[in-house]
Design a protein around this ligand. Structure first.
Ligand code: PGA
Length: 253
């Protein structure tokens, strides 16, 4: 059985005090209200990883994640943060290849393949993002593009490594726009991704990979999205910044 995961992507938001307050609120509500075995991940800005971890303590319900990591392990790369550092801080997850990184920081498949390798080498769990811009969907080339994104960054991995990856399908036109994919659009793409994985690694491996949906997930649409057979949870941006809404999303799984 693959894991159900709801990850919050805080992006570049919140002051330290706000981040701590949000964490405490989420932790309290998850402890009181969330049943079952859903994994919750808070992907915070780098400076908040340790303070947030300290609040979470030994809670096994909620983990932290970074939003990016370097393709290098160490060295003269001013401003960068490495997977080695994240591992030394006991940060289990890292988002790689978010569309905002692709768009504003020029990240491409070749670079992401390196980032994935370094993250896996140091025992992190990459949440690997893929997804198409609107014009690609309008040309009906979205399935081909997403399959290519996965091939470029992941298909060099052996089976054992691939099984450690979490995939997040995030159509770019749905991110931060309030315009979510319909549950049918999400299910269709998730099924395409799983089929593509199965073609390369076999059905059993493909069936073991958690594929999250991201893009304007909120408390009102989460239940329908999470009910899809191939949707194993969500990567949530804006709605993860509000404790009540985020916990309602977690409860929708
Ligand atoms: P959103 O962001 O939920 O605000 O659309 C999702 C994401 O970018 O991960």
């Amino acid at each position: 059985m693959r894991s159900k995961i709801v990850a919050g992507n805080w992006k570049m938001n919140k002051t330290l005090d706000e981040a701590k307050a949000l964490t405490s609120e989420i932790m309290g509500m998850v402890a009181d209200e969330v049943k079952g075995d859903v994994k919750v991940v808070l992907c915070t800005p780098f400076p908040y990883l340790i303070p947030v971890k300290n609040i979470l303590g030994t809670s096994s319900r909620i983990a932290v994640g970074a939003q990016n990591a370097s393709e290098h392990e160490a060295g003269a790369y001013t401003g960068e943060v490495s997977s080695v550092m994240l591992k030394s801080m006991d940060v289990p997850y890292v988002i790689l290849g978010h569309s905002e990184r692709r768009q504003y920081f020029g990240e491409d498949g070749k670079l992401l393949a390196k980032k994935v390798d370094v993250a896996l080498k140091h025992g992190l769990i990459p949440i690997f993002c893929c997804g198409e811009p609107l014009e690609v969907r309008e040309r009906n080339e979205h399935e081909a593009l997403v399959c290519r994104q996965i091939e470029e960054a992941l298909f060099h991995l052996n089976e054992e490594s691939l099984k450690k990856i979490v995939i997040a399908y995030e159509p770019v036109w749905a991110i931060g726009t309030g315009k979510t994919a319909s549950s049918q659009q999400a299910q269709d793409m998730h099924a395409v991704i799983r089929k593509h994985l199965a073609g390369k690694y076999g059905q059993a491996v493909a069936d073991s990979i958690s594929i999250l949906y991201g893009g304007s997930v909120n408390a009102a649409n989460a239940k329908e999205l999470f009910a899809c057979a191939d949707v194993d949870g969500g990567l949530v941006g804006g709605a993860s910044l509000k404790s009540r809404e985020f916990v309602e999303i977690i409860k929708s799984i």
